[in-house]
Ligand binder design. Structure first.
Ligand code: PMP
Length: 387
């Protein structure tokens, strides 16, 4: 009855397809979940302590809307040191409530009603809905498995119209783990500059890059002035629950985003900002330890999947593998449902990440090797029945 009060926009968007599997799995016993997109590590202790300490010292008030200046200065140093991009902490950086909020305000700051935003699928489930909520029209381009889930220049050219405003790129990618090389980013940059587009670059997994260092979109020639770089602390510092991210970009865009943030959020949580400050100052060893562990788990899972007959490429980053389940003859939804029912392993069906994800499943390897070993044994038993 009360649905008559709902806006058209909110009725246009669907609940996330990932949730359904979490809900099912949480009602069952003995389930191994490879479904969640978050680190299994607890936040490094020095970060927790710094946050406690900030409370003890009485830092319990709001910070500046854009976040603690000290933190913006650290983020600026970090981006410069690791990704060779320069941002003025005074006016080119904003601290947000996770990368999620950075997306929301970035899109609301730049999209006019009816403008198109290109999204490369398979991709993180929030992009499409966030574009819609900002009044934009998501235009999806399917990166094919034959091309390692990398979008081509030709595909982008085809999707561009006179209404295209921006393109969202995510490397390392969720759900495929694909990392775009510098020359691949340069090829995208050529199309972007030719058509005078904006890039919204999701670099939240940039540190979790196992074979080569990830390159920032903003560091590609011609893109600095037309890129909103979005990142955060959730993945590389194991801080999902702290809800802390940031955006860096051209002054006018970051200022416009800060204006929205000022009225809707005020500022990111103060104690989390103090934790993040410590993470950037003294968190390097922890990031390296976690990255080494993820690399080891990635190699283990990819080998196990290929051995059981599920074709799986070696993804360069993030903490997901995206094996093909086509040989089983099942849809990805059927595969995930039956695997959960018969062997109590939770994975995410590929179609929830976009059409080109059909025929694949996403498995997160952000869980212990012991659990992964068990999960691979159960999956092997399951797959044997169907191929
Ligand atoms: N981008 C991608 C690609 C993600 O996978 C996620 C989290 N799953 C986010 C953004 C959001 O991260 P945060 O916790 O910083 O909001």
């Amino acid at each position: 009855m009360s649905s008559r009060y709902l806006s058209d926009k909110v009725q246009e968007i669907q609940p996330s397809g990932i949730r359904k599997f979490f809900d099912l799995a949480s009602k069952m016993e003995n389930v191994i979940s490879l479904g969640v997109g978050e680190p299994d590590f607890v936040t490094p202790w020095n970060v927790i302590e710094a946050s406690y300490h900030s409370l003890e010292q009485g830092y319990t008030a709001y910070t500046a809307n854009a976040g603690l200046l000290e933190l913006r200065q650290e983020i600026s140093l970090y981006l410069n040191q690791y990704f060779s991009v320069e941002y003025n902490p005074e006016n080119q950086l904003i601290v947000t409530v996770g990368a999620s909020q950075a997306f929301d305000i970035a899109l609301r700051a730049v999209v006019n009603p009816g403008e198109e935003v290109i999204i490369v699928e398979p991709c993180f489930v929030a992009y499409e809905s966030t574009v819609r909520l900002a009044g934009g029209i998501p235009v999806t381009v399917s990166a094919s498995s034959e091309n390692g889930f990398k979008v081509t220049k030709e595909q982008l050219e085809k999707a561009i119209t006179d209404k295209t405003k921006a393109i969202i790129i995510c490397s390392p990618n969720n759900p495929t783990g694909t990392v775009l090389t510098k020359s691949e980013l340069e090829a995208i940059a050529k199309v972007v500059t030719k058509h005078d587009l904006l890039v919204i670059s999701d670099e939240i997994y940039a540190e979790l890059s196992y074979d080569e260092k990830a390159v920032s979109m903003a560091a590609i020639e011609g893109l600095y002035d037309r890129t909103i770089l979005i990142s955060g602390f959730s993945k590389s510092f194991a801080m999902t629950g702290w809800r802390l991210g940031y955006a860096a970009g051209p002054v006018d865009i970051i200022q416009a985003m800060t204006k929205i943030h000022q009225y809707t959020i005020m500022c990111a949580p103060t104690m989390a900002q103090h934790g993040a400050l410590e993470a950037l100052r003294n968190g390097r060893d922890s990031v390296e330890e976690m990255t080494t562990s993820y690399r080891h788990r990635r190699n283990f899972v990819v080998k196990a999947l290929n051995e059981m007959g599920l074709e799986c490429h070696l993804p360069g980053g993030a903490f997901y593998v995206f094996p093909s389940i086509k040989k089983t003859g099942m849809t990805s939804e059927e595969f995930a449902e039956r695997l959960l029912e018969e062997e109590q392993v939770a994975v995410v069906p590929g179609h929830v990440f976009g059409e080109s994800g059909e025929g694949y499943i996403r498995c997160s390897y952000a869980t212990s090797i012991k659990q992964l070993d068990q999960a691979m044994k159960r999956m092997g038993k399951f797959v044997q029945k169907y191929i």
